[in-house]
Structure formats: structure tokens, C-alpha cells
Ligand binder design. Structure first.
Ligand SMILES: Cc1cc2nc3c(=O)[nH]c(=O)nc-3n(C[C@H](O)[C@H](O)[C@H](O)COP(=O)(O)O)c2cc1C
Length: 338
């Protein structure tokens, strides 16, 4: 598989106008995953250069005071930006956090050279709009070891590590997600923040987590990885995702970690996350994401001490196959370019 970062290329005249490229790229990048679908990004463009900015107005100030999850989300949008350029046959050149005076400037991306997209890149690009976060259990079919190896290799390309949990780690992580979910539900500031990003049915909002993306009755898994309380007691959500007997499988559990815990690491984690999600999706494998225990400093420190060999945990992922997928929403690209 060819790395989307550094294919050999050559200069040639532009096939598309820069404005069209920017519109296409932003329209793709918005489909990246983001915490609570906050879509905490905006874009500026000049000639053959797009700048991706974090949007602190969309940061979760209670749950994510350092902006870690905001930058993971932006990292996922950056991966998608680069992939979209590759799908057009351009070779992206990205400078991450290029200006210390502008900490919200996540990356500047230009496309000075051309080379045809590889089959691998086209495969990932086809999943950008189709991939959805899953919330619930999985079918019992295990994820193949070949795919897990490929996902681990792909995380390593971004300097991140995907740690696939053995059974004891899987149990331990489930316990931390349960403890965190319980604590979050008792914290009124966090409950209110979540409610702001979980609109009721029928509300035509282009952001937040809509009831079309989670089950009305929480799907318990074995071991149990409880989901967020997006419906906050209103019974919103979709009918049961599956008729398979409960509890359903928690799937293969992974922990995405980085060697350090600085803004650049968070962006890299997001880059790796989107690469993993799209690759898994192109192989028919869905992912559920859990950041609940990583929003609580003590639980995050416990996970780091017990499961990460000193690396920093950035996200819990569960991978598996499912029979039904949810629907999500996004803002219009023209509202994001300034
Ligand atoms: C940093 C980060 C943390 C996330 N944490 C959770 C989580 O704890 N629970 C959850 O259900 N989804 C989580 N998600 C997934 C987002 O809710 C999801 O990406 C967003 O709602 C958009 O939906 P989509 O991924 O289906 O396009 C997280 C995503 C990111 C990038």
C-alpha cells in the first residue's frame, strides 16, 4: 500500500482551478469524525494553499479544557484534506502547527506536484462520506488478524500506536468506561455541555450528535462499554441496531496512544484515527469510539499506567462488523471557508 504522504510526483499544469480544489477538499474534510460532532474547524485558502484552523468557539470547554479532543478532531480533518487532494491526483505538502504565533493554525497544506491516486487511496476516499461511528455491540465475527496488523502499521505511520487489548486489558478498559460514564452522568456541567451537542429529533442542525446516530435503548456489550447519554432520558434514538441476542460482542478493543501529549501529538493521533477508521471501513469493519475515561484526569492516568507502557492514551476504539449503520450530519463547506 502506498503511503499517502510521500508519493514520487512531478510538476505539471493544473487540471482544476484552485477554487474548485478548495471547495472539493473542504466538502470532503468536513466528514471527518469529531468529538460530539462539534466539527471544531474552519479553513482559509489562498492560491494553491489551504489552511486548516481549529475553532475554539466549538471546543468543549468543560470536558476538553486543553483542546486535546478538538485537535484530535482537526487531525482527522487534516488526514481527510490530504486524502481528498490525493484523490484529485495532487501530492499534498503539509506543515503542521507552522506558526507558533497562531496556535489555532493546525496546518497549511499545498499541492505543488501531481501523481495519480493509488488504488489504496481511492478505496479510502470512497469511505469518507460512508463511514459512521457505531454505538452499540458487534456481530460475533472477529476482525481478521491481517486487518489488525495493517491498522497497527497505519497508526505507526503517524507516530501513533494502536494497542490491541488482550482479554484482561479489554475487561479493564470496559471497567474504566463504565466508571467514567457513571461519573460524567453525575456532573451537571458536563451533562449540560453534552446536551448542547445532542439536539432533539427533527431539529435540522448541521452539527451535534443527532438521534439518527445512536440506539434508543442502549446496546449492552460483553464486557460492557456503555455509550454516552446523548438522549438524556428522552428516549430519542433509533430502533435496536440488531436482533441478535444480548449482550452483544464488544468487538476488538484498541487503545490509540502517542509517545507524548502535546498539540502535535493530538493532531497526529487524529490523523492516525481517520486513517484507521477509513481503512477499517473499506474492509467492512465499523468502529465505536469511547473518550469518556480519557476526559477524567485520574482515569486517564490509570489507563496510562496500566495499559500504555508510559505512552499517552488518546482514544478507545472498538472494532467489529455490524448489520446496520447510523446517519450523521455536517455543516456546509461554504460556511467553513473564510
Ligand atoms: C476525539 C473524539 C472523541 C470521540 N468520543 C466519542 C465518544 O465518547 N462516544 C461516541 O459515541 N462517539 C465519540 N466520537 C465520535 C463522534 O461522536 C462522531 O465522530 C461524530 O458524532 C460524527 O459522526 P460520524 O463519525 O458518524 O460521522 C468521538 C470522536 C472523536 C474525534
Amino acid at each position: 500500500m502506498t503511503d499517502i504522504r510521500e508519493p514520487a510526483g512531478q510538476s505539471s499544469e493544473q487540471l482544476y482551478a484552485d477554487d474548485d480544489i478548495v471547495r472539493f477538499v473542504v466538502a470532503s474534510a468536513v466528514w471527518a469524525p469529531s468529538v460530539h460532532n462539534t466539527q471544531p474547524w474552519k479553513f482559509s485558502a489562498e492560491g494553491d494553499q489551504i489552511s486548516l484552523h481549529a475553532d475554539p468557539a466549538r471546543q468543549l470547554t468543560v470536558s476538553d479544557p486543553d483542546g486535546r479532543e478538538m485537535l484530535i478532531s482537526c487531525g482527522a480533518a487534516l488526514f481527510t484534506t490530504r486524502l481528498a487532494l490525493r484523490s484529485l491526483g495532487y501530492i499534498p505538502e503539509a506543515a503542521m502547527l507552522p506558526d507558533p504565533a497562531q496556535p489555532t493554525l493546525v496546518a497549511r497544506v499545498s499541492w505543488p506536484q501531481r501523481a495519480p491516486a493509488t488504488e489504496y487511496e481511492e478505496q479510502l476516499m470512497r469511505r469518507v462520506r460512508q463511514r459512521r461511528t457505531h454505538r452499540g455491540g458487534f456481530d460475533s465475527l472477529p476482525v481478521s488478524t491481517d486487518l489488525l496488523t495493517a491498522l497497527r502499521d497505519s497508526a505507526a505511520r503517524d507516530g501513533a500506536t494502536l494497542r490491541v487489548m488482550p482479554e484482561d486489558g479489554r475487561q479493564l478498559l470496559a471497567a474504566t468506561v463504565q466508571a467514567a460514564e457513571q461519573a460524567l452522568r453525575l456532573d451537571s456541567a458536563r451533562v449540560q455541555e453534552l446536551a448542547r451537542w445532542a439536539p432533539p429529533p427533527g431539529m435540522r442542525r448541521p452539527d451535534g450528535v443527532p438521534p439518527t446516530s445512536y440506539p434508543a435503548s442502549p446496546e449492552h456489550t460483553s464486557p460492557d462499554y456503555p455509550g454516552r447519554d446523548f438522549a438524556h432520558g428522552h428516549g430519542w434514538g433509533l430502533p435496536a441496531f440488531s436482533t441478535a441476542p444480548w449482550p452483544r460482542s464488544a468487538g476488538t478493543v484498541g487503545l490509540l496512544t502517542t509517545p507524548n501529549d502535546q498539540p502535535l501529538d493530538w493532531i497526529s493521533a487524529g490523523h492516525a484515527l481517520q486513517r484507521i477508521l477509513l481503512m477499517a471501513s473499506s474492509c467492512g469493519v465499523a468502529a465505536a469510539l469511547h473518550s469518556q475515561p480519557l476526559e477524567l484526569p485520574q482515569l486517564r492516568a490509570d489507563i496510562r499506567a496500566q495499559l500504555c507502557d508510559g505512552a499517552y492514551p488518546q482514544l478507545v476504539l472498538r472494532l467489529g462488523t455490524i448489520t446496520q449503520i447510523a446517519a450523521s450530519v455536517r455543516r456546509a463547506p461554504e460556511d467553513l471557508i473564510f
